[in-house]
Design a protein around this ligand. Structure first.
Ligand SMILES: Cc1cc2nc3c(=O)[nH]c(=O)nc-3n(C[C@H](O)[C@H](O)[C@H](O)COP(=O)(O)OP(=O)(O)OC[C@H]3O[C@@H](n4cnc5c(N)ncnc54)[C@H](O)[C@@H]3O)c2cc1C
Length: 500
């Protein structure tokens, strides 16, 4: 099998039933449940795009193993051109959801691609683990698998280490080690797209303490979402099954977040890539550079998302005639500056790319670190700007049912606008509402704040790893130069005074 179609994606979800809970209900078939209808259709569309003659070459490449076309995000980049190609494919998929889907499958395909390149890293404690990651990467590429991932332990008591929590099996940990694999019991905090992915990447969070007592919580593996004992406890769905007119985003791109419960889940050794070594586990995303290839996907997506926000804000301004006001210009300029900054960081990341120790052309860390620290501040501000420029327009946005009601005609004229027909104005403000007010919109803000890690600790990591030494040295030299020159001048003056 090679790059999948939407039909094939849905058929696999149907063929591999998983244990999903939502709204007090156990879901037997996610493909027919209303909570997942919109997002499954969107994912299916993305897979179909791989077969559309218009996008096929952009979204796929020839598998080195089979000669068949496979998804571009699985491509191991050896040159800057390869990176550009990967980026173009990521952008193409992001355009479909205007960046509102964070977990298009290319996000985690990128992680697997980099892990496999760093085979030796995983093989350090056991050569099998190195082989396992390569074998799994090939399988995922050839079967075009859609992955979710879960990294974070439950939030019970953040002041204590994982092994210090009241219940030792609160966080997922090894319950039993067997000849043929390990048995996992406990929970992980979150997996976006969990219930509707093919498989789940269970990797350590990068903030595990390198304490031997945390060893039972330390593993990296991937298993099918249909594995017995694996449970997905979903939050309520933000796809309310309303017409696209009313919920233009939530009805299409609701990715669903779920808590993962491992009820004695068996993981065969051939699916294990990291085990029992907190230090090695902590370093996996960084040392393999998976984090940079994932950050590449994120910046491509966030550029598209910012373009969308700029378009939306501009259309609102134009529609209700608020373009004369100066603060409106300032607010739009904030979005433009954000957009151009993200574009510049993307360019810098590709321009500064270098072959890493695994032979992969890897985007430069500095610009991508800047982007991942910047966007959690930009996106909440963009949403605030949409609220500020739209004001009560966000509430004066009746549904399609209201417009189509027998009395709809009587009221519609009150929704007129400077430069739009009432119906178009209402549809625009429904979109603004779904971006800036609805539960879908609020979750997008939360997502951008946190999905790539706690912004506070991300900033701490940058503080601790960024090489500031040369700049401190330069400032020291400047100060010393001032001291030296002042002393020399004083000496001259003293000399002059003595002479006179
Ligand atoms: C919408 C959404 C989708 C997500 N999807 C996924 C997913 O698919 N897979 C996945 O693995 N994860 C996912 N995450 C989780 C994400 O990785 C975490 O939210 C993020 O790493 C922060 O961890 P936390 O939520 O446990 O917050 P916590 O660590 O519990 O932090 C809570 C608060 O306490 C502060 N705090 C806690 N500990 C410290 C400390 N040591 N030093 C300083 N401050 C501290 C934080 O700054 C924060 O303000 C998702 C999150 C969101 C919101």
């Amino acid at each position: 099998m090679a790059a999948r179609t939407g039909k094939e994606f849905i058929a696999r979800l149907k063929a591999e039933p998983r244990e999903v809970y939502i709204g007090g209900e156990r879901v037997t078939d996610v493909t027919s449940h209303p909570a997942f209808k919109g997002i499954i259709a969107s994912l299916a569309h993305l897979y179909d795009m791989q077969h559309d003659p218009e996008y096929r070459d952009e979204l796929t490449y020839i598998s080195p193993d089979t000669g068949e076309r496979v998804g571009k995000a699985f491509m191991q980049p050896r040159s800057k051109d390869d990176l550009e190609q990967r980026g173009a494919a990521m952008r193409r998929w992001a355009l479909y959801s205007h960046g509102m889907m964070g977990r298009t499958p290319d996000y985690l395909s990128s992680s697997l691609m980099a892990f496999a390149a760093a085979q030796e890293y995983f093989a350090q404690n056991d050569p099998r683990f190195g082989e396992n990651i390569v074998n799994y990467y090939r399988k995922a590429r050839e079967e075009d698998l859609c992955l979710t991932h879960t990294l974070i332990n439950p939030q019970a008591n953040r002041a204590k280490a994982t092994h210090e929590q009241a219940d030792p099996f609160l966080a997922a940990r090894v319950k039993e080690e067997r000849d043929d694999g390990i048995v996992i019991r406990g929970a992980r905090m979150l997996a976006t797209l969990g219930p509707i992915s093919d498989e789940i990447e269970v990797f350590p969070s990068t903030v595990l303490k390198a304490d031997p007592k945390d060893a039972p919580y330390t593993f990296g593996f991937v298993i099918p979402c249909s594995t017995p004992g694996l449970k997905f406890v979903c939050r309520e769905s933000y796809d309310l099954n309303r017409p696209k007119h009313d919920h233009p985003l939530g009805s299409r791109f609701e990715e669903m977040d779920s808590v993962i419960v491992f009820d004695d889940v068996f993981v065969p050794w051939e699916r294990v890539f990291l085990y029992g070594d907190p230090e090695l586990a902590n370093g996996a995303f960084g040392a393999s550079n998976a984090v940079l290839h994932m950050a590449h996907q994120v910046i491509e997506k966030n550029i598209v998302k910012t373009e969308f926000i700029l378009g939306l804000a501009s259309l609102i301004i134009d529609t209700i005639g608020i373009e004369p006001f100066q603060h409106i210009h300032e607010k739009v300029t904030e979005i433009i500056i954000g957009l151009e900054s993200m574009r510049a960081l993307r360019l810098a990341a590709i321009h500064g790319a270098e072959l890493d120790q695994w032979g992969m052309m890897t985007p430069a860390r500095g610009p991508l670190d800047a982007a991942r620290n910047l966007y959690p501040k930009l996106y909440p501000r963009f949403v605030e700007i949409i609220q500020q420029i739209s004001a009560s327009g966000l509430m004066a946005a009746p549904t399609l049912a209201d417009i189509e009601a027998p009395w709809g005609e009587e009221f519609i004229k009150f929704f007129s606008a400077a430069r739009a027909e009432p119906r178009d104005r209402i549809a625009l403000f429904r979109l603004a509402w779904d971006t800036a007010v609805s539960s879908f919109g609020a979750r997008q803000v939360l997502y951008e704040r946190f999905f790539f890690g706690d912004p506070v600790r991300m900033a701490g990591a940058l503080f601790n790893t960024y090489d500031r030494q040369p700049y401190m040295e330069r400032v020291r030299e400047f100060i010393q130069q001032g001291i030296d020159e002042s002393l020399a001048e004083m000496g001259k003056e003293e000399g002059a005074a003595t002479a006179s």
